[in-house]
Design a protein around this ligand. Structure first.
Ligand code: ZN
Length: 168
């Protein structure tokens, strides 16, 4: 049996990669400092409180559902840059989508975040969310990135609270 030593894989960063990483960082920080749709929605038809005990992130997600369409979405909360940026991007991408489309975006986003090292993913329809793809290398941060999404799915399904404790 061949001996398999411990090998460390480090992506070789060329200048282009560095630029991309920088752009990703910038977008995340921009959403963190200037979160979109960061407000209490007085006339929300659904709202869910989410908590990520691993990092201490909290989020309250507000939805206005008109039939099967999410006509408005907003959030409030305290958390790390990843959780806040992800929630901010969520509000931009989900607004105007049907509940079914919203679930599809969540599934695709989660696939991107829980894929194995070097595995490809389908970024179609993810928009800015693609900048969070690097989070997949940090399993505890995946929960930061998906918190608001669990809240979204909870809201679509009629839950009042969600926690990342038992789910990805
Ligand atoms: Zn966090």
């Amino acid at each position: 049996m061949p001996h398999r030593g411990v090998r460390q894989f480090r992506p070789i960063m060329d200048e282009k990669m560095d630029d991309l990483e920088e752009l990703y960082q910038e977008l995340i920080m921009d959403h963190n400092w200037k979160p979109r749709n960061f407000r209490v929605m007085e006339d929300a038809t659904r709202s869910v409180d989410g908590f990520n005990p691993f990092c201490g992130d909290t989020v309250t997600l507000y939805l206005k559902l008109e039939g099967q369409v999410v006509s408005d979405v907003a959030f409030q909360g305290l958390g790390c840059a990843i959780s806040k940026a992800s929630a901010s991007m969520l509000t931009e991408i989900i607004k105007g989508k049907t509940t079914e489309e919203a679930e599809e975006v969540f599934d695709r986003f989660r696939q991107m975040l829980t894929r194995g090292l070097g595995e490809d993913f389908d970024a179609e329809g993810l928009g800015d969310l693609e900048v969070l793809s690097g989070v997949s290398e940090f399993p505890t941060r995946v929960k930061c990135a998906t918190l608001s999404w669990h809240a979204l799915r909870g809201a679509l399904r009629g839950d009042k609270t969600v926690s990342t404790e038992s789910s990805y």
